[in-house]
Design a protein around this ligand. Sequence first.
Ligand SMILES: Cc1cc2nc3c(=O)[nH]c(=O)nc-3n(C[C@H](O)[C@H](O)[C@H](O)COP(=O)(O)OP(=O)(O)OC[C@H]3O[C@@H](n4cnc5c(N)ncnc54)[C@H](O)[C@@H]3O)c2cc1C
Length: 568
Amino acid sequence: MSVLELGAASNTPEAPNQAPPLVGYNVYSSDTHLIEAVKREGAAWADGRLNELGALLGTEEAQRWGFEANENEPVLHTHDRFGNRRDEVVFHPSWHRLIRTSVERQIHSLPWTEPRRGAHVARAALLMITAQNELGHTCPLSMTFSAVAALRADPELARQWEPRMVAPSYDPRFRPPAEKTGILVGMGMTEKQGGSDVRSNTTRAERLADSREYLITGHKWFCSAPMCDAFLVLAQAPQGLSCFLLPRWTPAGERNRFHIQRLKRKMGNRSNASSEVEFAGAWASLVGEEGRGVQTIIDMVQCTRLDCVIASAALMRQAVAQAVHHARHRRAFRRSLIDQPLMRNVLADLVLESHAATLLMARLARAFDLRHADERESGFARIATAISKYWLCKRAPSHVGEALECLGGNGYVEESIMPRLYREAPLYSIWEGSGNVICLDILRALTKAPRALDAVIHEIKQGAGADRRLDAHLSRVESELDRRVQQRSSNGDLTSEAEARRLAEVLALALQASLMVRYGSSAEADAFVSSRIAGNGGHTFGTLPTNGDAQSIVSPIADSLAVYGSAP
Ligand SMILES: Cc1cc2nc3c(=O)[nH]c(=O)nc-3n(C[C@H](O)[C@H](O)[C@H](O)COP(=O)(O)OP(=O)(O)OC[C@H]3O[C@@H](n4cnc5c(N)ncnc54)[C@H](O)[C@@H]3O)c2cc1C
């Protein structure tokens, strides 16, 4: 061997004490919390589909799609080489593979095509496992799924558009919808001068003769997935803010005047294109009644909020799976990390949070299944969507950040997936109603839909009798709410706006605790109530009281992942 060859040889040819990648695993069958929730909430029939997708998503190949779609960001082409407008975004092939995989499994449509008991729960579980692999591509799927709910307000439009929206066929060609086997639909509400305050929208809609056709002029400041085939947008019509279906192609087969100005440079969610668009007299159809745009689009918004809840539960589950897997394989100070008492406390706290998120997400999905047939479930869906959206989306960023730290420096490196999860996590609290706006929505629900409050109290009380600390908390919450109902302020509000986050938090924790005492293990129920209800936890993860059984909280997760990766 020459001197140069000797010099080139590595001094550390092996990488001892490194955890193997969490690959070749079944994202669904390794998640006992999700499996139990799916069965309990009425979707046991979807077990086969979930197992099939779970196995695919855990493969090295499917994981690579997620990385490639994010490392190769979409590129906007505003014009062709002759100066004609093109307004097309080009994506990496892995983006298309991800969407095709999800569309073929009806993550964008299942409850609409198979409206059987548990369809929303089944779809929620499919989305939850998909989102653990890659979240950006679920944006157009979520919007398409949700748009169906709003479009049904207009039976004629639904008749024309719904069949292609719900088809299990992904057709990425930029062609008029009639030529395609499947289409996707996005949404445009947010404008420069206001996102939450949609009534400040300045985009105008001018009616064409005596028809339901309009020309839209204005802009949208955030318009994600601009290669969708059509968008539900809000614009000011003579009777007020109205909802429109604005396609990328006009019925005459011409490109609509939908001009993509630029793509946002985003903190995360990089596989997905989010754009700024201008409408220069773009053709659109009125959806529902003129002047009732918010009421029309609200059905879509409720569904996308459900998906924010699912996405946040997914982020927490993937983060905790990675953290437990790493801690099981990595040794420090002569012991596996998972056996270090302080690390076990951190992991147990993270597992609890993730499990509570899964419980709440699945219970909410069941309410979506039952809401049209059962008044109480309808009230529950109304308010629990906002409560869960606020709480899970708020918990996800700090949860993922803590899980990332469990991997030490490796968690800060892109290949670990943790930075991608971390950058993604804050989005769900911003999108579709930022934290404060959601809390104000909870106040609105309490004021305008008193049955919603009854429904949430009823659900919380299902956990009564299991833990006296929870019982005491429930009676305090109930009597406080009763007192406020008796003393409603002159405008009907139960509480001042400034108190709304506190109220949301109390209700969210009571709901999660109620679910945990019913469906968690006794160690989990005890630790959850003790740390989150009885005040025996700290302000960071890893501060569970030490008289609990952290090992029995963490071990089932470690065991379910143990068959993956080489033995420590
Ligand atoms: C990656 C990404 C993709 C997006 N995609 C889309 C899309 O496809 N279509 C679309 O329409 N929008 C989209 N959005 C926009 C998103 O929905 C808005 O950013 C969001 O609704 C907040 O609106 P805003 O940005 O105008 O903030 P603002 O409305 O200005 O709110 C700023 C802050 O003030 C708070 N706030 C607002 N009102 C009150 C109040 N009365 N009291 C107390 N606090 C208040 C909010 O909670 C928030 O924290 C996207 C955003 C992101 C980040």
